[in-house]
Design a protein around this ligand. Structure first.
Ligand SMILES: [Zn+2]
Length: 124
């Protein structure tokens, strides 16, 4: 881990994980009995699994016409999020989805990190 002067450890310890998850029309949980059952189970146990790994489920957005779901989580680390993905229920769900994972930080945190790294953003 890179230590940045002037940035408190707690301020940098959370990572926001965005998951862009697609499924095919055939695998859509709204019409596929097996994926629908797994999706329903995730709905019931997802919060509990997140809690187990210290992860906060922020929300999910569903774009039905594209069979796309976008999730947002706040995780203590990317490793913690990877552990969530290794849960058997998540592995079962991934058999029906194509997921891409992106990390993000808030603009405020980005500015603090840039300031601590003495990177100057030129004014326009
Ligand atoms: Zn769908």
């Amino acid at each position: 881990m890179i230590e940045l002067e002037g940035v408190e450890r707690e301020e940098r310890s959370m990572v926001t994980v965005f998951v862009f998850e697609r499924h095919t029309a055939a695998d859509c949980p709204a019409r596929n009995e097996i994926s629908g059952k797994i999706f329903g189970e995730l709905g019931m146990k997802g919060q509990e699994l997140c809690k187990k790994h210290g992860i906060k489920f922020v929300g999910a957005w569903i774009l039905h016409p594209e069979h796309l779901i976008i999730y947002q989580y706040d995780a203590p680390s990317m490793d913690a999020y990877i552990q969530l993905e290794r849960e058997p229920l998540m592995v079962k769900w991934r058999l029906f989805t194509d997921a891409k994972f992106k990390m993000g930080i808030t603009m405020e945190d980005a500015m603090k990190t840039l300031a601590a790294a003495a990177i100057v953003i030129p004014a326009k």
